[in-house]
Each structure stands twice: as structure tokens, then as C-alpha cells.
Design a protein around this ligand. Structure first.
Ligand code: ATP
Length: 319
């Protein structure tokens, strides 16, 4: 293999740039040309492709977002769309592809692999919702962004002796809520994997008030419902006032943490290694601090494992 491509697809995540850099430089180090494909699969169809040199990926390791831009592309889900994408890759002489994104993006990669274009995936999404890996790229950075925000909210919560409900990202996977709730001593953590009833939430709030707590924090994953709905339910049930903060897209931005940068370097390097050794249809993962690879089709039948132990620990510590 003499020429490979790299693209970012789906939702952006901090650390994607560091991963692009790692793919480009690991490739060039091994003597292959690396092509950047802009705007995800859309750029593969339109031929928005450019050869990247070592210096093109300089000064990006510390930047959030993705210099290749990201997009969702319905056309790529069609056979015609993929046929055009393959024509473009042939035109540029690209023989293999690294896809940085979520499970949808990996499905696109699998389809290309089945059509004879080897693809390797790197899990880049803040939600940590990909099975087979302990962490996805961007999760640690988003988590730290959330913690920083909750710490600030805590200051004002304590000063005014208020209860706050904070909504964080996470549709099917509550890891951002779980880890931030544990790290920030939330009274209750509401996640899609484990339902907590309203009585228990109110009971915990009351217990805190009884022992003289000056603030209360409830973290809600967006997959459970909207924070203002939780606030209304608490008001209706217990006549308690709460303040709501929805953190929103701020969670997707910012400089990647050291953890995400190092993870990106390790995953990017491994992806190039696999492609050049003839491997395909795999996703790079980190498990027990080892960089490994799993078959994407096997992975997509599974769900990201919920860490019940952490959830129980958060409950123990917020008595
Ligand atoms: P995130 O979960 O962070 O949003 P994702 O990669 O799961 O990331 P999707 O919107 O599901 O995001 O997918 C991104 C793109 O991947 C789609 O717009 C489409 O171009 C391609 N894609 C998704 N599913 C398929 C599929 N089944 N076949 C071909 N291409 C697909």
C-alpha cells in the first residue's frame, strides 16, 4: 500500500486533530503518502481530497475540532454514492482509509471494506458509547469540561444555597453523566442505563438538606430527558425549586486533554500499522491500557458496557 486516506465523520470530538496528525505522520514515517479527505464521506464523493505533508498537521495536536471538518452524508448510504466515492479514491490512488468517528461512520467504513477498500476505524466521540473500548477519543476532554463547569456552578450553588440540575450530553450512554457526577459529588446521577425514580431523587435532596448541605447537584444525561422536565417533576412532587443548566455544545469543544492526545497518538499509529499490514474492517480500541483492534461487524452487535460498579460507588459516596 503506497497511498492511504484519513477522514473524520459524525459528531466532532476533541482529539480528532491529534489523531489526524498521528495518522499522517505515522504514514509518512513508514513511506506512504497520506491524503486528507475533507467533510467526511461527503468529501470522498465530491473529491475534496488533498495530500497532507508533515507540516500540514503541525500546530494542531492541541486544537479541538477537526481540520478536515466533519459531516453527515446521506448519499454515502446509497450504492451510487459509494460507487462515486470509490471512483474518487481510485483517481487519487488511495488504497486504504482511516475513519475517525462513531459507529455510523464505521458502518460506512465496513461497506467500503466489503467493496475492496480496506478501512480501519478510530473511535472519536465524546459520548464514550462505542463497544469494545474503555474510552473513545474526546471523552476525557468533554468530561473535564463538564467538571470545570460543575465546579463553577457549585460555587454559586453554595453561595445561594441552591439545588442545581445539570444536563450533559449522552443519548444512549450515560458515561459523561456518571463520571462527572462521581467526580463532582452529585446527589443523583440520572442515566439511561439505570432508572432512578423521583421519590429516591427527592429523598436524597431532603437528606442533604437535613444534614445542612448548602448545595445540591443532580446530573442528567440527555438520553434520560430534559433537565427542565426533571426540575418540573421535582417542583410538582416536593415543591422544591431548582436551577437548570444545560451545558450543550461547549462539551464538544476545547483543547484535548493529555490523555486524549496520547490516546490519539497511540490509536492513529496503530491504525496505520494495521492498514499497512493488510488488516481491514477493524476498529482500534483501548482496553486495560493496551491498544487493541476488534472486528467492526462483531462490535456493532454489542453495546458499550455500563460500569455498574462506578454507578454504585457514586451512590455510596453521595449518602
Ligand atoms: P456520532 O455518534 O458521534 O454522531 P457517527 O459516526 O455514529 O458519530 P452517524 O451520523 O451515524 O455518526 O454517521 C456518520 C456518517 O457515516 C453518515 O452521515 C454516513 O455518511 C455514514 N454512515 C452511517 N451509517 C452508514 C451506513 N449504514 N452505510 C453507509 N454509510 C453510513
Amino acid at each position: 500500500m503506497k497511498k492511504i486516506g484519513v477522514l473524520t465523520s459524525g459528531g466532532d470530538a476533541p482529539g480528532m486533530n491529534a489523531a489526524i496528525r498521528a495518522v499522517v505522520r505515522s504514514g509518512i514515517y513508514r513511506g506512504v503518502e497520506v491524503y486528507g479527505i475533507y467533510h467526511g464521506y461527503k468529501g470522498l464523493i465530491t473529491g475534496d481530497i488533498k495530500k497532507l505533508e508533515v507540516s500540514d498537521v503541525g500546530d494542531i495536536v492541541q486544537r479541538g475540532g477537526t481540520i478536515l471538518y466533519t459531516a453527515r452524508c446521506e448519499e454515502f448510504k446509497t450504492e451510487e454514492g459509494r460507487a462515486t466515492a470509490i471512483k474518487q479514491m481510485k483517481k487519487f490512488g488511495i488504497e486504504g482509509l482511516v475513519v475517525i468517528g462513531g459507529d455510523g461512520s464505521f458502518m460506512g467504513g465496513v461497506k467500503l471494506t466489503q467493496l475492496g477498500f480496506p478501512t480501519i476505524g478510530i473511535p472519536g466521540t465524546i459520548d464514550n458509547d462505542i463497544p469494545g473500548t474503555d474510552f473513545t477519543l474526546g471523552f476525557d476532554t468533554a468530561l473535564n469540561t463538564i467538571i470545570d463547569a460543575i465546579d463553577k456552578i457549585r460555587d454559586t450553588a453554595t453561595s445561594h444555597e441552591r439545588r442545581f440540575i445539570i444536563e450533559v450530553m449522552g443519548r444512549g450512554c450515560g458515561d459523561l453523566a456518571l463520571w462527572s457526577g462521581l467526580a463532582d459529588g452529585a446527589e443523583s446521577i440520572l442515566i439511561p442505563e439505570s432508572k432512578e425514580d423521583l421519590d429516591t431523587i427527592v429523598e436524597r435532596l431532603n437528606r442533604g438538606i437535613e444534614r445542612g448541605k448548602k448545595h445540591n447537584i443532580i446530573v442528567v444525561a440527555e438520553g434520560v430527558g430534559r433537565a427542565d422536565e426533571v426540575a418540573k417533576a421535582i417542583k410538582d412532587k416536593a415543591n422544591m425549586d431548582t436551577r437548570v443548566t444545560v451545558l450543550g455544545h461547549v462539551q464538544r469543544g476545547g483543547a484535548p486533554t493529555a490523555f486524549d492526545r496520547v490516546l490519539a497518538a497511540r490509536m492513529g499509529n496503530k491504525a496505520v500499522d494495521l492498514l499497512l499490514s493488510g488488516d481491514k474492517g477493524k476498529m482500534i480500541a483501548i482496553q486495560n491500557n493496551q491498544i487493541v483492534a476488534h472486528d467492526i461487524l462483531d462490535l456493532l452487535t454489542k453495546k458499550h458496557e455500563f460500569n455498574e460498579n462506578l454507578y454504585q460507588l457514586a451512590k455510596v459516596l453521595s449518602i
